[in-house]
Design a protein around this ligand. Structure first.
Ligand SMILES: [Zn+2]
Length: 341
């Protein structure tokens, strides 16, 4: 059923239990490029509302596809509560093939809660934070690797000593990603998940990870359905397994100190220790200008910049400090074939 409405509020109000509706939302009224599709899925049984959004960074295409696949994988007869899904929230960046909004060049995921009188990115963040505040009981912000960065599949949540952080951690575990990143904010200040968690909305950033085609996107879509099962919004499908994951704290960027060609000595997911060589910067003759090594022990490589002509002070490799390696205490169901449903 397609519903013609002008706002997310109207769409949510018009979809009856046991049905779903799609609409188009234009967060920047004067800019048609900001238009994005919104799905509202309402289960037959009442319950909480999960807001799932993808591609806040407009060029994170796998994030959009994983979000679409998860929405298609939800059976309304099984759903308790409501899912609001936006496979692409940064329509302007997405249409330009860009991470940010070209008008102001700012990263929208550093502007939350945004500003209604601000630049395009600040206004997009404000539109999203307002809608989230009105509707979301829980929030998942889906990201992925790009042409620039390659990352391991991971979830990020704001670590704190409160019930929101406990629920956020459970959502992260239920997604079944390889790495769980405990964030204290740091260089991710202004991110949507931090803003939402500070408002008491349990939240995770789920990164689809390395681009390996459909199987990887499928795994992320299943991880999103795992979050729904972990919240008891979907039934568990069978005797559940327990997933293994690594926990890291606040990854740090190791940067290029000379301009030149990047060549990597580690892969995403590599375990590294103090002194482990991470990458080299070479001149055009192949002479070494920099050899970068890990500055601390018990590190895990989370993100790598793809080989290119590096600039001084550019982020090249992010290393998380490993704080644990655990088996999930949240049941993780087998991966369903969401693309067939
Ligand atoms: Zn992103």
């Amino acid at each position: 059923m397609v519903v013609e409405v002008s706002s997310i509020d109207d769409l949510v109000g018009s979809v009856k239990p046991g049905t779903s509706g799609w609409s188009v939302w234009r967060p920047l009224e004067e800019n048609a490029d900001s238009e994005v599709p919104v799905a509202v899925l309402v289960g037959e049984n009442p319950g909480p509302t999960l807001w799932i959004q993808g591609a806040l960074h407009g060029n994170e295409f796998d994030a959009a596809i994983a979000t679409q696949a998860a929405l298609r994988g939800i059976r309304l007869e099984d759903l308790r509560g409501t899912v609001i899904g936006l496979p692409v929230v940064n329509g302007i960046g997405h249409r330009a093939g860009a991470r940010v909004l070209p008008g102001d060049g700012k990263d929208p995921n550093r502007q939350f809660p945004g500003d209604p009188q601000g630049t395009d990115s600040e206004r997009l963040a404000f539109a999203l934070s307002s809608a989230l505040a009105n509707h979301a009981t829980y929030f998942v912000d889906v990201h992925s690797s790009t042409e620039t960065f390659l990352g391991i599949d991971h979830t990020i949540y704001l670590v704190a000593d409160n019930p929101t952080a406990t629920l956020s951690r459970q959502m992260a575990q239920a997604s079944g990603t390889a790495v769980m990143w405990e964030s204290t904010g740091g260089w991710l200040q202004g991110s949507a998940y931090i803003w939402a968690a500070n408002r008491g909305i349990p939240s995770v950033l789920l990164d689809v990870g390395e681009i390996q085609g459909f199987s990887h996107v499928d795994q992320a879509a299943s991880g999103l359905l795992g979050v729904l099962r972990g919240l008891d919004m979907l039934p568990h499908v069978s005797a559940s397994g327990l997933s293994e994951f690594i926990t890291v704290r606040d990854p740090e960027w190791i940067r290029a100190q000379a301009p030149g060609l990047l060549t990597h000595s580690v892969r995403i997911g590599s375990e590294v220790h103090e002194g482990t060589e991470l990458f080299r910067v070479l001149d055009l003759d192949g002479r070494e200008l920099q050899t970068a090594s890990c500055p601390f022990s018990d590190g895990v490589v989370v993100t790598i910049r793809r080989p290119h002509q590096a600039r001084v002070d550019e982020d090249v490799v992010s290393i998380g400090r490993r704080v644990g390696s655990s088996t999930s205490d949240v049941p993780v169901d087998p991966v369903p074939d969401v693309l067939e449903s």
